[in-house]
Each structure stands twice: as structure tokens, then as C-alpha cells.
Design a protein around this ligand. Structure first.
Ligand code: HPA
Ligand code: ZN
Length: 333
């Protein structure tokens, strides 16, 4: 279902939710970290989710194994590098990878600014070695609260020229976007783009706040937009991108099934919705799975799947010139 005459673009993938199972085993072995199992298949059910979990926070608890092996900056660099190699293996021409430095630093008390530096180094090395263009998105984990989010922002700003955009992730139900207006004002002042996880568990008002309060140009998930036709009209008119993550939404129980997912309706209404993975290391999927298996299950026609693929390049945080270059490079090879 992937249109091979178009570049494949991933816009919503957490680098810290994309640690390979084998890398978790390797790092745990190297650093004597306890794991529930010491072989790949034994470990899989602890790290990956295979069906619905009770909710987003239960799903996020699975990050324990992903960030638990981030013992030092070498490990962080390796994980960032392998993310780019995985994107290459999936045939991705351009990927925007996002990460929360505080979340990554916490288990082993690393310095969040040095985590950011290690991510930038790992991604740059991967991009050079594998020929995949990558943009980085910094995340503020709302679940740590407003004050920690300023510290997380400060860590991200140490690499401001190597980061494209700011995102807000975590517990949307208890940490409303409104509390983070100051952080996002700073982000926009340094020229970063803005995307926000919104409307995943909260209602359309959360999406409105992300757009009008934080300046979001794209929304992660946006499930509840479906309840609010005037919001969908606004998003279509202002070309606000939607980063849909089908399997993630089923696994977090935010939608009841693939068939109940609003992506198809978004595309029917002409919204700039896209297909993404979210956390491949936890969901046990890749972008092919989302295009080939998840999207048809969500009722998308082949034409709609191709539209979503075109939308991804359209709403990528790239200049028109960069988009043209990706298209040109893609059609040549
Ligand atoms: N929502 C909120 N926070 C997250 C997600 C998500 O889908 N994935 C990783 N952190
Ligand atoms: Zn996400």
C-alpha cells in the first residue's frame, strides 16, 4: 500500500520508545542490569505490548525497559544511531525523531543536556552513515510538571540549532497544555516549530489550546477532533497536520479498534493527516506494518493511504526547498 513512487516519511516516532530488543539485552549484559529474561523471545513480552493496555499511562510504563538501559552517553548515542539505521531499513526517506531528555536521563541520573548532545551526535552519525535525512524534535514530558519542563527545555536549548521543533507528551488528562504556554513561547522565539500530543485522551478543547495557546502547527493523535466539526474545519483551513498512530491508539485503548479510528474520516474531510508509528520498540511494529496492515484495518482505501503518505511530506518541518530535494532524490534512486 506504500506508494513506491513517493518518499516514505515518518513524523511521529519516539526515539526513546524505539530501542531494539537486542540492544536492551546487549546493554543489560554489558552493565549487569537485571532483566526479566536474558533471551530475545523471553524478553519480548515484557518490553512489547501485543494487545490493548488499560490506557496511555499503562502503555508509557513500558518505557521502563527502553530508558532503563540508558546507562551512559555511549548507550544514548548507540540508541540514537540505531534509530536511523532502523529508519533506513524501513525505506524511510525522511524521519522526524522525538525524545524527552529528562525521561532518558532519569533512570541513571544522567545530565539531560549531555543526553541531548549524545542524541544529536548519534543521529548525525547515523544520518551520515545510512543516508537518511533526520529532523529532531525535543519533548517536554508534562508529567514532571511545569518547573521540570523548564529544566528540560533548557537542556534542549543547549543544542538549539540541531533541533527542529518542540513537543509536549505524557499525561494529557492531568497536565493541561495551558500550563506550558511560557515554554512554547520560548521555543517559538528561537525559531522552533511546534507539535503537541493533544486530543489523545482529552477532548477537542485540548487540541484548541495546543493550537491557540502553544502555537501547534501539527497535533499528535488529535482523536477527539472528530467530535468537533468546527475544529476540523479550522484545522483543514489552517493546514494543521495530524500525526495519527493507529496501532499505538489501539494499544493505549484510546480507540476501541482499528475500525473505530478517526483517521479515515480525517482524510475524507481533507485534513492533512499522516500515518506514523509512535513507539515501535514498545508496539512491536514498524512503519510498513502501519501502512500495510493497520491502515487497511482502519478502513483506508489505497488512495487514502497514498494521500496520507503525500500529506507527511507536506506537513514535515522542512522548507519547500528541502521537500523538493527529498522528492527529487527519491525519484532518481
Ligand atoms: N502520548 C503521550 N506520551 C507519549 C506517547 C503518547 O502517545 N508516546 C510516548 N510518550
Ligand atoms: Zn507519541
Amino acid at each position: 500500500m506504500i506508494d513506491t513512487s513517493l518518499p516514505l516519511v515518518e513524523l511521529h516516532r519516539h526515539l526513546d520508545g524505539s530501542v531494539r530488543l537486542q540492544t536492551i539485552l546487549d546493554l543489560a549484559r554489558q552493565h549487569n542490569l537485571p532483566l526479566p529474561s536474558n533471551d530475545l523471545e523471553g524478553l519480548r513480552p515484557y518490553v512489547q505490548v501485543s494487545g490493548p493496555t488499560p490506557g496511555v499511562m499503562a502503555f508509557i510504563a513500558r518505557f521502563e525497559w527502553q530508558v532503563g538501559v540508558m546507562v551512559d552517553y555511549t548507550a544514548v548515542r548507540r540508541i540514537a544511531y540505531e534509530n536511523v539505521e532502523d529508519a533506513k531499513r524501513e525505506g524511510i526517506a525522511y524521519a522526524e525523531l522525538r525524545f524527552s531528555p529528562w525521561f532518558m536521563a532519569e533512570p541513571h541520573q544522567l545530565d539531560p543536556a549531555r543526553v541531548v548532545e549524545a542524541v544529536v551526535e548519534g543521529v548525525q552519525a547515523g544520518s551520515r552513515d545510512f543516508g537518511v535525512k533526520v529532523g529532531l524534535i525535543g519533548i517536554l514530558s508534562r508529567t514532571y510538571g511545569v518547573e521540570f519542563a523548564y529544566k528540560e527545555l533548557a537542556a534542549l536549548l543547549t543544542q538549539k540549532d540541531h533541533i527542529l521543533a518542540l513537543d509536549l507528551a505524557g499525561d494529557e488528562a492531568h497536565f493541561p497544555a495551558e500550563w506550558f504556554r511560557g515554554h512554547f513561547r520560548q521555543a517559538r522565539e528561537v525559531g522552533w516549530h511546534v507539535t503537541v500530543h493533544a486530543g489523545e485522551i482529552a477532548g477537542p478543547e485540548s487540541i484548541r489550546e495546543a493550537i491557540h495557546g502553544l502555537g501547534a502547527e501539527r497535533i499528535g493523535h488529535a482523536l477527539s477532533a472528530l467530535q468537533d466539526p468546527s475544529l476540523m474545519d479550522y484545522m483543514a483551513e489552517h493546514r494543521i497536520g495530524i500525526e495519527s498512530c493507529l496501532t499505538s491508539n489501539v494499544q493505549t485503548s484510546c480507540v476501541e479498534s482499528y475500525a473505530a479510528h478517526p483517521l479515515r474520516s480525517f482524510l475524507e474531510k481533507g485534513l492533512l493527516a499522516t500515518i506514523n508509528t509512535d513507539d515501535p520498540g514498545i508496539s512491536g511494529i514498524d512503519l510498513h506494518h502501519e501502512y500495510e496492515v493497520a491502515a487497511p484495518r482502519a478502513g483506508l482505501t489505497p488512495a487514502q493511504i497514498h494521500q496520507a503518505q503525500r500529506n507527511a511530506l507536506e506537513v514535515a518541518f522542512l522548507t519547500d526547498e528541502e521537500k523538493k530535494l527529498i522528492k527529487a532524490k527519491y525519484t532518481k534512486s
